[in-house]
Ligand binder design. Structure first.
Ligand SMILES: Cc1cc2nc3c(=O)[nH]c(=O)nc-3n(C[C@H](O)[C@H](O)[C@H](O)COP(=O)(O)OP(=O)(O)OC[C@H]3O[C@@H](n4cnc5c(N)ncnc54)[C@H](O)[C@@H]3O)c2cc1C
Length: 536
């Protein structure tokens, strides 16, 4: 038996209600209900979880306290101690972070004639992109259009999105799918060769393209292979995180200092243009939440960009995915893809009853689960003291035919099968998990920021998703804006002449910290999470 007795008893209730539930769907919430459940239960609305940042270009903006502490942090470096005349790499375009956004940028920068250097904190492809499961949105079917996609993105983002960024996102989407396919990405197809597309939360059309539930791995494999096939034009450095941006005496960003993780050696990279593609910050575990994110997701690029004066947008909004694994303990926080609900699995409480429409937007769905477990006390307790609700995964085979779960969700089947849980026959237990950084650096549709020669793409950016990203729009964002930033940076690099390199912005930063009385600033970025047990 894979579940303890008290959980198995609750499963019997889920099974008992299944025949009725197959023919009934819980109603969607009305706009007022959504707003009120968000305010009461979504972690973003917990007052003590956020605070205003006291320094920098976006002083006064709210963000999670854990992130604010790092943004107000001090550099690991001191200006003047490094010899910036000793240049280790001289390049047209430096890309910091080689997930999907960075790799797309590298390809387009190369295509536009630039010599590219890509710095990776860990290995090339150790990234959130690699872990993405469900799919990528694009309105490329006759029943759909970029205009309808645009409206869905806006509605999902609570109408706080940057309209120009959304326009770029939805208009480029069909050509991005074509580009990925031409590079070798194997999307799921129907017997007649057309792309298989399904729904995701908040989508009004079936526009989710996927490669089973390994969509991110398939996209990352394709992009990484392509990048690695141009070794003369794209230099890939691994285990070498950027620890500070370099400026020149004309006030332009002019590269970065990297640090070799193994030797501790500092490397000076001079670059005409720099693209930040360092992804998100789930490993900062806001409000103690577990996360779906990869080990290197610690918000480094935000910290570096903020110190050179970049502006921020919407960092007071994080995405908590409604269905993180809540049992067994070994996989707590790992993602249960939205595709499980997309294929028809309903969400049920300890009594086997539905309490929320299964395809509400993620923030609303998460809030409903938190309410069910915490306020209504209708969650299922786990042996380690968590609570969760059931995702009735056996409905998938019942609705779509035996073997569908195995075929459409092989990664999920394996994730639970390792612990003796057959999700095609038994429901799985879930609870919200920290998943995505909705906000980030402000950017223009070509990926440029306010700071000369500094570009950004991917999860590090803020604005395109407003206050809530819809499933499948991030894999889209990283390719759309990675490509745009790569092309724009390469073109810009042709026009630039750099001045003398300097880290003097660190002195100004230290003065600003001192000016508001921050004396004991933590050193940031942190690069990796610290999971060492604190012994007293
Ligand atoms: C489990 C999971 C499932 C998901 N499923 C989907 C999905 O189905 N559809 C969808 O659209 N989105 C999905 N997402 C979101 C999406 O995958 C990510 O938002 C997106 O891939 C981020 O891409 P990126 O290139 O911006 O960042 P990443 O892919 O995270 O790449 C950033 C890279 O930068 C590196 N880096 C960080 N700091 C530094 C530094 N200081 N110096 C050098 N390198 C650095 C990191 O190590 C990493 O390699 C999912 C995310 C997760 C975690």
């Amino acid at each position: 038996m894979s579940y303890p007795t008290h959980m198995s008893k609750s499963i019997l209730r889920v099974e008992a209600s299944r025949a009725t539930r197959l023919h009934e769907s819980f109603p969607m919430m009305l706009p007022d209900e959504k707003q009120s459940i968000l305010q009461e239960f979504h972690p973003d609305y917990r007052v003590e979880g956020m605070r205003e940042i006291r320094v920098g270009a976006s002083k006064g903006q709210r963000m999670p306290v854990e992130l604010a502490d790092l943004m107000e942090g001090a550099s690991h470096l001191t200006s003047g101690l490094l010899d910036l005349e000793q240049i280790d790499y001289d390049t047209d375009v430096l890309i910091i972070g080689g997930g999907g956004a960075g790799s797309s940028a590298a390809l387009l920068a190369r295509e536009n004639g630039a010599q590219v250097t890509m710095a990776n904190k860990l290995r090339h492809g150790d990234a959130n992109t690699m872990m993405a499961q469900g799919g990528i949105q694009a309105a490329d079917k006759a029943s759909d259009s970029p205009a309808i996609h645009y409206l869905d993105v806006f509605g999902g983002g609570h109408f706080c999105n940057d309209p120009d960024l959304v326009e770029a996102l939805v208009k480029d989407a069909p050509s991005v799918i074509k580009w990925l396919e031409e590079l070798g990405c194997m999307f799921d197809k129907e017997p007649d060769g057309t792309m298989t597309t399904i729904h995701g939360g908040g989508t009004s059309r079936k526009r989710m393209h996927s490669a089973r539930d390994y969509s991110g791995a398939e996209i990352m494999r394709t992009l990484r292979d392509e990048v690695r096939s141009y070794p003369d034009e794209i230099t890939v450095l691994e285990f070498s995180p950027a620890i500070e941006l370099i400026m020149d005496d004309k006030g332009q960003v002019a590269g970065a200092i990297l640090q070799n993780i193994e030797t501790g050696e500092h490397l000076v990279v001079r670059a005409k243009c720099t693209i930040l593609a360092t992804g998100g910050s789930g490993r900062l575990h806001y409000q103690g939440y577990p996360t779906t994110n990869h080990y290197g997701a610690t918000g480094d690029g935000l910290v570096l960009a903020y110190r050179v004066g970049a502006r921020l947008a919407l960092l007071d909004t994080m995405q908590y995915h409604p269905t993180g694994a809540a049992y067994p303990e070994q996989i707590v926080g790992l993602l249960v893809t939205e595709k499980v609900r997309g294929l028809g699995a309903q969400v049920c409480n300890v009594d086997g009853l539905q309490f929320v429409y299964p395809r509400e937007t993620r923030d609303v769905e998460s809030s409903a689960i938190i309410r069910e477990c915490n306020e209504r006390d209708r969650g299922v307790p786990t042996p380690s003291g968590m609570t969760g609700v059931w995702l009735d995964s056996p409905m998938i085979d019942i609705l779509h035919g035996s073997g569908t779960t195995e075929k459409a969700l092989p990664a999920m089947v394996r994730q639970f099968g390792r612990f003796g849980i057959d999700m095609a026959k038994e429901p799985i237990l879930v609870y919200p998990t920290l998943h995505y950084q909705n906000g980030g650096l402000r950017l223009r549709p070509d990926g440029s920021t306010d700071i000369p020669n500094l570009f950004a793409a991917g999860e590090i950016s803020g604005g395109v998703h407003g206050r809530n990203r819809l499933m499948g729009n991030s894999l889209l964002e990283i390719t759309v804006f990675g490509r745009r930033a790569g092309a724009a940076a390469a073109l810009r690099a042709r026009e630039i002449s750099l001045g003398r390199l300097t880290l003097s912005h660190l002195d100004s930063w230290d003065r600003e910290l001192a000016g508001v009385g921050i004396e004991d600033a933590v050193k940031s970025p942190v690069f990796l999470p610290d999971y060492r047990r604190q012994l007293r």
